[in-house]
Write a new protein. Structure first.
Length: 88
C-alpha cells in the first residue's frame, strides 16, 4: 500500500505512557519521508514540532488555524489562548 494521506484520530489516547513516544517517533519518521498526515491529537509538543498547519477546534467549531509558530507563539482567539494556557 502507498496511501496519499494517513488520518489519525487521537493515536496515543489509549496507549500506555511508555508506548506514546514509540508511536510519535513512527509518525515523525513518516513526516520526514513526506507523508501527508491529518492528526487529531492533544499532544501539543508533537504538533508544535511536526505540523506545518494547525487547526484548533473545540466543540466542533474551528477557532483558529495557521502555522505552528502563529498558533503557539501568538494565538489570536481567546478560546485558543485559554486552551494553550492550560496544556502548555
Amino acid at each position: 500500500m502507498h496511501p496519499n494521506y494517513l488520518l489519525f484520530d487521537e493515536p496515543t489516547s489509549t496507549l500506555d505512557p511508555e508506548m506514546v513516544d514509540d508511536v510519535l517517533e513512527v509518525m515523525k519518521d513518516l513526516a520526514k519521508q513526506g507523508m501527508t498526515m491529518i492528526v487529531a491529537t492533544h499532544e501539543m509538543g508533537f504538533v508544535r514540532e511536526i505540523a506545518n498547519k494547525v487547526i484548533f477546534m473545540a466543540d466542533g467549531v474551528v477557532f483558529e488555524e495557521g502555522s505552528p509558530n502563529a498558533i503557539f507563539g501568538n494565538p489570536q482567539n481567546v478560546r485558543t489562548k485559554e486552551f494553550l494556557g492550560k496544556v502548555l
